[in-house]
Design a protein around this ligand. Structure first.
Ligand code: HEC
Ligand code: HEC
Length: 286
């Protein structure tokens, strides 16, 4: 009984903390240009059936200092992860005595545009596959090496390295293949479903309240076009599923495992919501 009262009290307070102090500061309207040469699409018109009138990259919501870090490859701390990814790309591992480069040569050519189209339909397993799982598949089936565990080994660096080869290219998914539409719907259901003790959905924060503040955090639309993204707070690259799990945990709900069906559906749907934004990997966030 007393426990219940505490909970009610808690969520009443959080509701105030979360949404009362909406400063409604407009995202600063400037352009993300990488190294003074590559102009990024950070605000685009949504595709048909999209709930928002404009899709905006999370970059716009960060402080001027953080935005400047992302715009300069020499200063962007996420680029260290990308460089590490290149080392993994060339590293021979597994019983076949091969590296990624043995088959795919120069990633700048073979992987250009690839990261902008994930998740993709995967016929063999009958579900969508993301870049992390595609890398694992190549390791197991083509190299005789072990699959990386979630966020371990070369998983984040290689994912960042491959995504980075699509820097500036628009996010675009192929929803025609297999059961992509069904999975997209599943992801949408998850996005709008209120869960946890705080009874919040992804949409509560990233759709209804984007542009407002949660304490010091300026709420973005929660797009994934900059992932894996460098978080200054954590001092490392953060994967998409890690970010999802963190956001779900913040609503005090049970959070599903990385690469589980619910999170794959969510990744598909959230990626679709960012259709047309430039791939920014590695993004920089507080
Ligand atoms: C023995 C050759 C071989 C090796 C080694 C290999 N791959 Fe592949 N890879 C393939 C083949 C063949 C395909 C296409 C068919 C498939 O999806 O399995 C592919 C597909 C891919 C794709 C998907 C491309 C697309 O257009 O969607 C990615 C990404 C990829 N590999 C990354 C890697 C990475 C990263 C490594 C190293 C960890 C690696 N591969 C090692 C042969 C290889
Ligand atoms: C209680 C509010 C809240 C809820 C609910 C929430 N998030 Fe977040 N989320 C945040 C905050 C705060 C940040 C960091 C600031 C920002 O980018 O919005 C964030 C960041 C993100 C980012 C990184 C955006 C970027 O540009 O780097 C993604 C992606 C994301 N959330 C996805 C989700 C998904 C998917 C859900 C539902 C499972 C969800 N969030 C639920 C508060 C929330």
């Amino acid at each position: 009984m007393s426990k219940k009262i505490t909970l009610v009290k808690y969520s009443a307070i959080s509701a105030v903390v979360l949404f009362a102090a909406s400063a409604l500061a407009e995202p600063v309207a400037d352009k993300l240009v990488i190294d003074d040469e590559l102009e990024m699409m950070t605000r685009v018109a949504p595709p048909e059936g999209h709930p928002l009138s404009e899709i905006i990259s999370g970059w716009h919501y960060r402080t001027p200092e953080t935005r400047a870090l992302e715009a300069d490859s020499f200063q962007n701390p996420g680029m260290l992860g990308v460089e590490l990814g290149e080392e993994f790309w060339n590293k021979v591992e597994g019983t076949a005595g091969k590296s990624c480069a043995s088959c795919h040569d120069d990633a700048a050519t073979s992987m250009k545009g690839v990261g902008a189209g994930y998740p993709k339909w995967h016929e063999k397993t009958g579900r969508p596959i993301n870049l992390e799982l595609q890398i694992n598949q190549c390791r197991v089936e083509n190299m005789g090496a072990e699959a990386y565990k979630f966020d371990k080994g070369g998983q984040k660096p290689l994912t960042a390295y491959i995504k980075h080869q699509s820097l500036g290219m628009p996010v675009k998914l192929n929803l025609e293949e297999g059961d992509m539409e069904t999975w997209l719907e599943k992801g949408k259901d998850m996005y709008y479903k209120r869960t946890g003790q705080l009874n919040l959905s992804c949409a509560s924060c990233h759709e209804k309240n984007n542009g407002k503040y949660i304490r010091a955090d300026h709420l973005s639309q929660g797009n994934v076009n900059g992932f894996p993204t460098y978080r200054l707070k954590q001092g490392t690259l953060i994967s998409t599923h890690n970010r999802f799990r963190g956001c779900i945990r913040d609503t005090r709900a049970e959070f599903p495992k990385a690469f589980s069906d619910p999170l794959m559906a969510l990744e598909l749907y959230v990626t679709w919501r960012g259709t047309g934004l430039s791939v920014e990997t590695p993004g920089v966030r507080q």
